[in-house]
Design a protein around this ligand. Structure first.
Ligand SMILES: [Zn+2]
Length: 145
């Protein structure tokens, strides 16, 4: 599974991608790559690749997939609230809508996943900040097993 996002500034984007990556890891999914690359003078592209929860048999795989989607925007918002432009999270929310319709997720579950993402971001904030700093330094991080 790949999360691709476009966004405004590098630090915001680094925290956004670190949010996806750290929360995926915390839920037990292997993270392969996290990257932020400049895309023109004012834009940054971010991407996080991790094992797709939907390919697992885990009974909570759909919740996990949604929670990881929400974790990027949640981390970006915690880092700099109001930094999240519609564009930043569009791909995340398109993916959420796709999962919601494919698996007939009810509103209550969807909201619970959004809240869970915020809780996990709070709980893992130090790791998210540390990863974001490494990402700002290196641009791309790969994790081999
Ligand atoms: Zn994202």
């Amino acid at each position: 599974m790949t999360q691709v996002n476009t966004g405004p500034s590098e630090p915001c984007k680094a925290h956004h991608e670190a949010g996806h990556a750290v929360i995926a890891d915390s839920l037990g999914y292997k993270v392969h790559l996290v990257t932020i690359v400049a895309d023109g003078p004012t834009n940054t592209q971010g991407r996080t690749e991790y094992d797709d929860p939907l390919e697992r048999q885990h009974e909570r795989r759909v919740e996990h997939a949604l929670t990881i989607c929400f974790a990027g925007p949640a981390a970006q918002d915690k880092f700099a609230s109001h930094s999240l432009r519609a564009d930043d999270a569009r791909r995340d929310y398109v993916k959420v809508l796709d999962i919601v319709s494919r698996f007939r997720v009810d509103d209550e579950t969807r909201w619970a996943c959004r809240l869970k993402a915020r809780e996990l971001v709070e709980e893992h904030w130090e790791e998210i900040e540390a990863l974001a700093l490494r990402l700002l330094d290196k641009g791309t991080l790969t994790f081999t097993s």
